[in-house]
Design a protein around this ligand. Sequence first.
Ligand SMILES: [Zn+2]
Length: 255
Amino acid sequence: MDFHCHLDLYPNAREVYKEACRRNSFTWLVTTSPKAFAASSRALVPSSNVLITPGLHPEIVHERAQELDLLLEQITTVPAIGEVGLDGSSRFQATYDVQRRIFSAVVARCECLGGRVLSIHSRQAVKDVLAELNLHPQFGTAVLHWFTGTSSELKAAEAQGCWFSVGPAMFNSNSGRALAAKLPRERVVPESDGPFAKLEGQPVMPWSMDVTAALLADAWGVTSDSAMNILEQNSIRLLKLIQAPQLVKHGPGAP
Ligand SMILES: [Zn+2]
């Protein structure tokens, strides 16, 4: 399973998509813009175990802000949204106000529609992300992807009910490994974040859940089997929150 993958952006996207359909019981394909969502939904043969969702990546809001209305419209038709969020790093400081306007509109819309599951980017912006979610308590469920905040931000996110999607690349740094050890185990699901996330110079593939499980096992001091089991149980619970019964039906272990 994979709860955060830019499957449409691999150089050989159709092949990777086919292989993910074959190997994974569930893959969440997060797009980076409303137009990319529309294009991917058209270009890829629908599969009952791949969820394609509309998003607006904070790193590209400067060129895509005018697509916000389209995004708000698309949100009405899907159970989950992603990738959305805020990026507070210096590179994207110039667009931070626009990022906030867009993220706020998305979260408000999700609340208005009775709740959605969101895959959220929160690099150097955890505080603002959590504050925004707090303003809209009925927004649904937040899955913070590749969390890179501080320990106290992690605690705050946990207290607010956030989930965490974690991939092998999180373990490339000491700080990532330290954070992984502190994650609330009952709210962690696997992700690849490929092709952006890399492992030994290669893009992480959507079927890397066993690699993530082995790395988490190390961080948690449990066996790989037990970490795998935790990830599977969590994944089933999160899929139920996504309210996509056709996806739950497949469950882990399905071909
Ligand atoms: Zn991503």
